[in-house]
Design a protein around this ligand. Structure first.
Ligand code: BGC
Length: 813
């Protein structure tokens, strides 16, 4: 710690401060060896006097605003230009980062902010990502390890529909962030699942903005409860990986507001994330990072966001070649994109030149700097938090194990084959993924965890016996495939998505022998994907090798009167319609994080009763997807633009309204018990400000379980077209014992009744009759009730945004 001898004036000020703050010294003033320590908000007073006088910015008794203003006033132009830029991405090849980019105090972090030592402004460190903290697990000349917990991926977490549980996951994740010395976690990621082939869907939560927003808000609240920040991303409409840096998306204002922004709106209002990350793509001709309507008018003025906006890494430049160009810097800073990550020298030159020419206003620059300073001031590094490098990895392993189990969705369970409790007979584990279990996706959403519990380990840990003969053929095969894949990743880098492993070819005789010897067959199907690429339709479909495996194993085991269970170890949606009738049970395990095998075993064995439900639709075939016709855009070989012609009809909003039957519908998921829905009641017959929906859920089965209750609303659609129904509220019961019941009360607001009417630039609730449907899925509606709205209500008037750059009309039913 730096300690500068205090002059008399400072001593007096200090003593006054102590009296005022009712705090006391430790040590004697003037004693160099035992300097006075006053800790306020984590700040040590001795540090506040580095230039021998107490400047306004150093004085903790002043408001943050005063202190920030003082700092800005003391910054040189050069420092200012540097301060809105990150300090580079060490080790990133291909692009020139800021000269002198250093690894920073936490190796493997994604970047940091600019340090100004003379003014006591430290660098804050930011790191990925959504499934847990991503840093390097090992460091040069250091025998310690820095592993982080790989939590379940976004789709898995969202499938719990349990905001309380998600908050506890966030809390656990945030503990690692704080204890490893990171200030802001670049998470959660909450883009809408517009199309099942998006390579990053596993990081995102849902096709529905309410589920997505509520889960993200819970996650932010949990993480930030540690006193560290989050960066909700990617704002907005980052729905494809192909040409993500340059794709121009034509989207109607209505679709933007009702779908692609709604989840961010909920998150901002319910959790005030410290930062927002703008996305790579353009919307209607302008980069999101340079859109004032998005970053200032909507985010700040409409929603009340108080933090900073940072770009995604190198965001706002059309393609890697022009990353060296600087044309967009001033547009970004002016639009309200405060911080440009990871920062490049060319950007600094451009800022200085534009300041000189007057193209960039000094006020804009100061405004952005002040916001960044406010972030720095509240970060652990400023508070000199003494991180331990020893987060609670043990405790967090339990958190991830339980969360993963609760996010699993039981898609099918014929004749109650699950839970499976036979621990004397043997289980035949088929499918290469049974032996090479996938904890999470690839890219920046990947985590460097210390271990992954494979499915086999999980089953063994739970006391199940496995077919050793089968293991003998699969283990070396899986090892070989794994090695091949690791070598590929090494060669092709982080951003080339992983292909699926081929299945082992076995003779029908060999499979028949397994059917004779074993009591149950498990077939695990795996899919992996990640940042930098989208999935192919062939990855959505099952391969001929997988179809053959399902056929052969099912025939052989059914011939012996034995059952077949499929486990889906996937990050996003895949085809199920062609094979689901051939097997007895299907457990959607998602990519369940490092404890995955244990979590699957918990559900298979009945230790945990599955209560997850789908947060997206599983269509019969890919071509049923409403965006399939325009997916990835045009020209097909190298898309430059894409038109969201499906408008608001994404996911179940489309399937239900256009009567297209999915394989498994939004909101679907089975349990080992059954629930009764009774006493559905509305607060009143006519809407006035709010409407409560009350429902009593009773467990009328034989085992304890939790139930997700979904409330859909069908609004009158005389003035504009609307989806048949939309999810407006949901809740989850506690674990109900057999015979036990719980009454849930959910509340609808006026905005829940409203749709966005572009011609009026307003959220409008139409007059008429509204139907509330309370269900266990979007199809399985248990009870309905109606209320009326006497007069049309303009719920919220906004400024027009997202002016079109191309003429097109949203699809209508
Ligand atoms: C990703 C972001 C990530 C950032 C920093 C980008 O490529 O899109 O999600 O946070 O890199 O690693």
């Amino acid at each position: 710690m730096k300690y500068i001898k205090m002059n008399k004036r400072v001593k007096v000020t200090l003593l006054t401060a102590l009296v005022l703050a009712n705090l006391s010294f430790k040590g004697a003033p003037g004693d160099e060896k035992n300097p006075p320590l006053l800790t306020v908000d984590g700040l040590q007073f001795a540090d506040l006097n580095r230039n021998g006088k107490l400047d306004v910015y150093e004085d903790y008794r002043r408001t943050i605003e005063d202190r920030v203003n003082d700092l800005v006033a003391q910054m040189t132009e050069d420092e200012k230009a540097s301060f809105v830029l990150g300090t580079g991405m060490p080790g990133y090849d291909g692009i020139t980062p800021v000269v002198g980019a250093i690894e920073g105090r936490v190796p493997g972090a994604a970047g940091g902010t600019y340090e100004i030592e003379r003014l006591g402004i430290p660098a804050i460190i930011v790191a990925d990502g959504p499934a847990g903290l991503r840093i390097k697990p090992k460091r040069d000349n250091d025998t310690n390890t820095y592993y982080c917990t790989a939590f379940p991926v976004g789709t898995a977490l969202a499938s719990t529909w349990n905001t309380e549980l998600i908050e506890s996951v966030g809390k656990a994740m945030g503990n690692e962030v704080k204890e490893y010395g990171i200030d802001v976690l670049l998470a959660p990621a909450l883009n809408i699942h517009r199309n099942p082939l998006c390579g990053r869907n596993f990081e995102y939560y849902s096709e529905d903005p309410l589920v997505s927003g509520k889960i993200a808000a819970a996650m932010v609240n949990g993480i930030q409860s540690n006193g560290v920040g989050t960066s909700i991303k990617h704002f907005a409409a980052n729905n494809q990986e192909t040409n993500r840096l340059s794709i121009n998306e034509h989207i109607s204002e209505r679709a933007m507001r009702e779908l692609y922004l709604k989840n961010f709106e909920i998150t901002v209002k319910e959790s005030q994330p410290w930062t927002v990350m703008s996305s790579y793509n353009l919307i209607n001709g302008t980069y999101t990072s340079a859109r004032e309507d998005l970053l200032t008018e909507i985010l700040r003025n409409e929603w009340g966001f108080k933090g900073i906006v940072m770009t995604d890494w190198f965001g706002g430049y059309a393609g890697f070649e022009s990353l060296k160009g600087t044309s967009n810097v001033t547009a970004q800073l002016t639009a309200g994109n405060d911080l440009l990550m990871p920062g490049m020298d060319q950007q600094k030159k451009s800022i200085l030149a534009d300041l000189k020419s007057g193209k960039l206003s000094k006020d804009v620059l100061d405004r952005n700097i002040k916001r960044i300073l406010e972030l720095v001031m509240k970060s652990p590094v400023t508070k000199k938090y003494k991180y331990t490098d020893k987060p609670d990895l043990k405790g967090n392993a339990k958190v991830t194990r339980d969360a993963a189990a609760e996010g699993m969705v039981l898609l099918k369970n014929e004749s109650n084959v699950l839970p499976y409790t036979n621990k004397t007979g043997t289980i035949a584990a088929f499918g290469v993924t049974s032996y090479s279990f996938i904890a999470g996706g690839t890219g920046s959403g990947d985590v460097n965890e210390a271990y992954t519990i494979s499915l086999l380990d999980g089953l063994s840990n739970a006391g199940f016996k496995l077919d050793e003969e089968l293991k003998k053929v699969y283990v070396p095969f899986a090892e070989k495939e794994n090695k091949k894949e690791l070598a590929r990743r090494e060669k092709e880098g982080l951003l080339v998505p992983p292909p699926r492993f081929s299945e082992l070819d076995m003779t029908t005789d060999f499979i028949a022998q397994r059917a004779a010897a074993d009591d149950l067959a498990i077939i695990t199907l795996g899919r992996n994907s990640g940042e930098g690429g989208d999935r192919a339709i062939s990855d959505f479909n099952i391969g001929t090798d997988e179809a053959k495996l399902i056929d052969d194993v099912s025939k052989a085991f059914h011939a012996k009167g034995k059952k077949v269970v499929v486990i889906l170890n996937i990050g996003g949606v895949m085809e199920t319609a062609s094979w689901k009738n051939k097997v007895d049970a299907i457990l959607l395990a998602w990519q369940p994080g490092q404890e995955g095998g244990n979590s699957v075993a918990d559900v298979l064995s009945g230790k945990v009763n599955p209560s997850g439900k789908l947060t997206m639709t599983f269509p019969v075939k890919y071509e049923d997807t409403p965006s399939a016709k325009n997916w990835l855009g045009t020209p097909a070989d190298n898309p430059k633009e894409v038109t969201y012609e499906e408008g608001v009809y994404v996911g179940y909003r489309y399937y239900n309204t256009f009567n297209v039957k999915p394989s498994y519908e939004f909101g679907y998921g089975k349990s080992y018990t059954t629930f009764d829905y009774t006493d559905v009641r509305l607060g009143s017959k006519a809407f006035d400000k709010t409407m409560t929906v009350t429902v009593t859920v009773k467990n009328n089965g034989k085992v304890a379980g939790k139930e997700v209750v979904e409330v859909y609303l069908s609004a009158p659609a005389k003035n504009i077209d609307k989806p048949k129904s939309e999810l407006k509220a949901f809740g989850k019961t506690k674990e109900l014992k057999p015979g036990e019941s719980q009454t849930l009360t959910l509340t609808l607001s006026a905005k829940d009744l409203a749709s966005f009417v572009e011609s009026k630039s307003a959220w409008v609730a139409e007059a008429g009759t509204y139907t509330v449907s309370v269900g266990a899925s979007s199809f399985d509606i248990k009870k309905t009730a109606t209320f009326t709205l006497a007069k049309e209500q303009e719920v919220e008037k906004v400024k027009k945004a997202f002016a079109a750059d191309k003429k097109f009309a949203d699809m209508k039913p």
